[in-house]
Design a protein around this ligand. Structure first.
Ligand code: PAF
Length: 280
């Protein structure tokens, strides 16, 4: 695996490789890699001739400074994991490389920025767009591989690509789960053993929604989920929402013909977790 730290160096490499290689797969990450990330690399290797991964803990997408400071950094282990799955190129820029000046672009994300994560993490998706836009300019991928766990982020990245008018597609890969059902996340390392067990209540709740939505009122479903989460030790629930799977507009009643997505964001042991399930 070739490791680049400077924009200029990886740009020269990409320029030369694009002449012979038009299928570049890209997996943007913030490191602290787990099986979920590796599955994206594996998917990219299946579909593309060259796979590029980036590791950059992007300060502009953290609305909570302490979350940024606590974000796990495990670079050596990450490099070993990427090598084990045959990633071709790793880009690990510094903040100065990525943001050399104070020019910050604004992206009109419409509803996507007003609801769910957009509502609870003000400015988060602008930060995601700033970094992903910069990385797309440098890596110039044909396909970007993203994980379904960050459902809204997947839609934001699709919208960003549309706004930028570039010729890249987005492949959304299924959420990787522990055998308990807990969605893999870099933040899980901050949970205690008991916390990890209790946190499986999120996935159980998603399954409960899927199973009960056809015979319970939406408000009752949400209420039962909230009660179950609090009972399992969650201290805060930001949302339990059912949305149209394509537009992400919250729905008020369930019509079995339209695919929907159930999304949950809740905090346990001071760790904010998100998860979702598509019901089609
Ligand atoms: O999902 C993430 O890890 C980040 O939001 C991303 C897409 C790498 C941008 O920093």
């Amino acid at each position: 695996m070739i490791i680049y730290k400077k924009v200029i160096d990886i740009s020269v490499f990409i320029e030369s490789t694009r002449r012979i290689n038009d299928s570049i797969g890209f997996v943007p990450t913030m490191g602290a890699l787990h099986q979920g990330h590796l599955s994206l690399i594996e998917e990219s290797k299946k579909d593309c001739n060259l796979t590029v991964c980036s590791i950059f803990v992007n300060p502009t997408q953290f609305n909570d400074k302490s979350d940024f400071e606590k974000y796990p950094v495990t670079l050596e282990a990450d490099i070993a994991l990427l090598e084990s799955v045959g990633c071709d190129v790793l880009f690990i820029p510094t903040v100065r490389e990525i943001y050399p000046d104070n020019n910050i672009d604004y992206y009109d994300l419409g509803l996507l920025e007003e609801i769910l994560e957009g509502k609870y993490r003000s400015g988060h998706f602008q930060g995601v767009c700033q970094i992903v836009s910069r990385l797309l300019d440098v890596v110039r991928p044909s396909i970007v591989f993203v994980g379904q766990k960050d459902y809204q982020q997947c839609m934001v990245i699709k919208k960003l690509i549309q706004i930028k008018g570039i010729d890249a597609s987005v492949v959304i890969c299924p959420t990787k789960r522990e055998f308990t059902g807990l969605a893999m996340s870099s933040r899980n390392v901050r949970l205690s053993v008991d916390g990890k067990v209790a946190a499986t209540a999120i996935y159980k709740s998603l399954l409960f929604v899927k199973e009960s939505i056809s015979y319970l009122l939406l408000n009752d479903v949400k209420e039962q989920v909230e009660t179950a989460l609090f009972k399992n030790g969650f201290s805060q629930i930001d949302y339990v929402e059912l949305c149209d799977a394509t537009s992400l507009k919250p729905i008020t009643y369930w019509d079995s013909t339209t695919p929907i997505v159930v999304l949950i964001a809740a905090t346990i042991e001071g760790v904010r977790l998100i998860d979702n399930l598509v019901i089609s």
